[in-house]
Design a protein around this ligand. Structure first.
Ligand code: B12
Ligand code: SF4
Length: 476
């Protein structure tokens, strides 16, 4: 028998700073899949630490490896900072980057000298194999799913790893996370959980098809029922926020999950992503079952208002399906978040107005329907970005430039000041006008609705007043 702590090797995982407090499920996935008899996993989440790098450094002296999860954008800067600090403290320590940015730019990340390995797509098996090879002092030659800096300094890209069914991975071990701290920072007892990976669809603005090759795999409902019940007994959360890309991929799986929650009498609510075509196909009884099991909100990406633009972005949904799903959700008391993306490359004025009008129609159906408006950003790994590049758009070239690629900032070559003014006014008046009627504000809300219907946004006095009384929240 193995003598515990003495033989276990420490693996340190780092989550860069971000402005939301979703649990770091990518790190939880790769950390949980490692054999607990062989490895002690430590997750350092920069969002929870006053001085994240100082905390990180305390764990490094006896570490076998440092793994960092890297999203495109601002997290890159913190990932670089942490990697450099780690290398200064332990020049021999292998630093592995995984997650979305290294999945898209596996080779380019090596511009940063402190990066030794990048992992593409699913990390569970690849990371376990990397660690086994590091322990054995072997090279990473032929280790599927990763790119590495070879001994001669050159960068070697291995073939991709075949997509695995997530049901074959070990359950996520939430004991690796200070769950109560996330609850406190979120301001509610909400657990994040991911029940599937990938997506079968091909939306032209989304990197998922590029990273997972349109594969999808989901956990079995009984396993989920058991895991979530066990987690609930430990942490007494009241809400599960599913972080899946397309939770409602198979109706029978979703029904099974809902039945598990009902049969186990779990006193929880839950929220997940649903495509409009999936909602349209899902029988009324299934909606009712989901509602009974606690479904409180779905996110249905609409993205565009005209069928022409929906087709151009390969959404593969019909406009009618959005409204039919909306009606079903309304009938069953399920809240909906319908995100839109505005100002796609070459998008016409008429197309933008069609999106704003569709957002308004949905918002007008219920104050429980939200219609967040995003500006198109050419996120890497997508056909629309490739088109934009072919038409002359210059993507960031260095890691530093990718770190400045901030989705909160609205400027883009496809956004004129007039368009931005129109969209921002729409954003405000829609949210305010169609919100739950609020006492003395009712006349102003009627005026806001009138403005949206007629697109009459001159003299935005209500907006000025609202900015004084309810200043917009700073995001970063
Ligand atoms: C939660 C979430 C967030 C959280 C981040 C949580 C955190 N870690 O701090 C918040 C809310 C901050 C966020 C913000 C944004 N996000 Co986000 N987000 C997600 C979401 C819904 C879930 C992530 C998750 O937990 N997945 C579950 C885990 C298990 O999967 P995973 O993270 O991919 O991890 C696997 C592999 O990537 C790999 N891996 C991951 N990390 C590591 C580390 C190591 C060492 C190794 C070896 C492997 C490895 O192994 C894991 C297991 O297979 C994903 C969609 C999705 N379902 O993945 C989008 C997603 C990651 N977000 C995306 C985008 C576009 C954004 C935003 C721009 C806004 C938006 N429209 O959502 C912003 C800005 C990000 C930024 N620059 O700051 C894109 C990807 C963008 C990109 N290229 O990085 C995704 C894929 C959604 C999409 N389809 O477009 N997001
Ligand atoms: S946007 Fe959603 S449905 Fe479309 S490819 Fe991406 S994950 Fe799939």
């Amino acid at each position: 028998m193995r003598s515990e702590a003495a033989s276990r090797r420490k693996v340190v995982l780092y989550n860069p700073k971000a402005v939301f407090f979703t649990m770091p499920l990518g790190l939880l996935a790769v950390g949980s899949h490692l054999d607990p008899e062989r490895y002690e996993v430590v997750i350092v989440d920069a969002r929870l630490e006053e001085d994240p790098v100082a905390t990180l450094l305390t764990h490094l002296p006896d570490a076998l490896c440092l793994g960092i999860t890297v999203l495109t954008g601002a997290p890159i800067r913190d990932a670089i900072h942490a990697s450099r600090a780690a290398k200064r403290a332990r020049p021999d320590l292998p630093v592995v980057w995984g997650g979305w940015h290294p999945s898209l730019f596996g080779t380019e990340c090596f511009e940063e000298p402190s990066v030794d390995v990048t992992v593409q797509a699913q990390g569970e098996e690849t990371f376990a194999e990397i660690l086994a090879r590091l322990e054995a002092g072997e090279s990473l030659e032929g280790c599927a799913g990763c790119t590495y800096r070879a001994r001669d300094g050159g960068v070697q890209r291995n073939p991709g790893r075949i997509f695995s069914n997530v049901g074959g991975f070990r359950p996520h071990d939430y004991a690796l996370l200070p769950v109560e701290r996330y609850f406190a920072l979120k301001g509610r007892r909400q657990i994040d959980y991911v029940s599937s990976q990938g997506c079968h669809f091909r939306c032209a603005f989304c990197a998922d098809p590029f990273v997972f090759g349109r594969s999808w795999a989901g956990l079995d409902p009984v396993r989920m029922g058991e895991e979530i019940e066990l987690l609930w007994k430990r942490h007494r959360f009241d809400d599960v926020n599913f972080q899946d890309e397309t939770f409602f991929t198979h109706a029978d799986r979703v029904e099974g999950i809902a039945r598990e929650f009902v049969d186990r009498k779990l006193p929880i609510t839950w929220a997940a992503t649903m495509r409009a075509d999936q909602g349209d196909r899902l029988p009324e009884e299934s909606f009712a079952l989901c509602r009974r099991s606690g479904l409180r909100r779905v996110i249905i990406g609409v993205e565009a208002g005209s069928q022409e633009m929906m087709d151009r972005i390969r959404k593969d949904i019909r406009r009618e399906q959005v409204f039919r799903s909306a009606e079903k959700c309304l009938r069953h008391g399920i809240h909906v978040n319908f995100p839109f993306i505005l100002c796609f490359p070459g998008e016409t004025e008429a197309s933008i107005r069609a999106s704003l009008d569709t957002a308004r129609e949905l918002r007008a159906m219920s104050p429980t329907f939200e219609t967040p408006l995003f500006y198109f950003k050419p996120y890497p790994g997508t056909p629309l970005t490739a088109e934009a590049v072919a038409a002359g758009y210059v993507l960031p070239q260095t890691l530093e430039q990718w770190a400045d690629f901030d989705f909160y900032r609205s400027e883009s070559p496809w956004l004129t000041p007039e368009r931005e003014a129109l969209i921002e006014r729409y954003r405000f008046y829609q949210k305010f006008g169609y919100d739950v009627p609020r006492g003395l504000l009712r006349p102003l809300q009627s005026l806001a609705r009138w403005r949206c219907e007629r697109r009459a946004f001159g003299f935005p006095i209500e907006r000025a007043l609202a900015n004084v009384f309810f200043p917009p929240q700073a995001l970063s």
